[in-house]
Design a protein around this ligand. Structure first.
Ligand code: CTP
Length: 217
């Protein structure tokens, strides 16, 4: 099976030295890539800027902005069985990028932001040939918000995680997730190293993809 996995944050430039981004470390996405390789799958990992070495054996594509991530996925997707959108894509970007360093002033300063493209939603067409896995990073009403994303972004399943706790989610080595399926089923994976969560996720995703293929035959 061919897995296309995105990981890490994206960066949206403000000027030549500044950008908008978020705290994503890339650990969850890299762990999923490693677990998929371990299970014998082919893996392409598309990553935003992080301080991690790509797992040995993965095809690795490094990107910075959301648009670069979109283009990289678009080029790889045709031959994929599963797209796992684990990346924390920045939701906004500056309307204008200053070609020169913006100088410090003594007055308030406003930056006009425009929404970035929703990559997951853009690849969620009904007639797609691949399984679409989304992530939901939430600080509150985790399951309700994730359920809404599962529907709105038309994913096959969504992995919800709470990101407000220090020992779980963003930047941490551990995570605790709830997987929500389209038929209303859900599966909780209690707090464990991201490596273990990733192995469990890869098992669930590949079983589900296998079932879809069998149905289509
Ligand atoms: N996502 C995406 N493109 C974006 C924003 C998010 O593809 N511009 C994807 C993420 O990779 C993830 C899912 O959408 O798989 C949900 O991302 P999340 O950050 O949890 O939610 P948002 O859709 O950004 O909504 P909000 O920030 O309001 O929670």
């Amino acid at each position: 099976m061919r897995f296309l996995i995105t990981a890490g944050p994206t960066r949206e430039p403000i000027d030549p030295i500044r950008y908008l981004s978020n705290r994503s470390s890339g650990k969850m996405g890299y762990a999923i890539a490693a677990a998929a390789l371990e299970a014998g799958h082919d893996v392409t990992l598309i990553s935003g800027p992080v301080n991690l070495d790509p797992p040995h054996g993965a095809q690795f594509i490094c990107v910075s902005t959301g648009d670069e991530m979109f283009d990289a996925i678009d080029r790889q997707l045709r031959s994929c069985d599963v797209l796992v959108m684990c990346a924390a894509v920045a939701d906004y970007k500056p309307k204008n990028i200053s070609p020169e360093k913006i100088k410090k002033r003594d007055t308030n300063f406003s930056l006009e932001l425009i929404p970035t493209r929703d990559i997951l939603a853009s690849f969620s067409k009904q007639d797609r040939q691949f399984l679409l896995v989304g992530f939901a990073a939430e600080t509150n009403d985790v399951e309700e918000n994730a359920q809404k994303k599962l529907r709105d972004k038309n994913c096959d399943l969504i992995v919800a995680n709470e990101v407000s706790r220090a020992n779980s989610g963003m930047e941490s080595d551990e995570n605790e997730v709830t997987i929500l399926f389209r038929n209303g089923e859900k599966k909780k994976i209690s707090r464990a190293p991201k490596k273990n969560i990733a192995r469990e996720l890869v098992k669930i995703i590949s079983n589900m993809r296998e079932k879809c293929l069998t149905k289509k035959k």
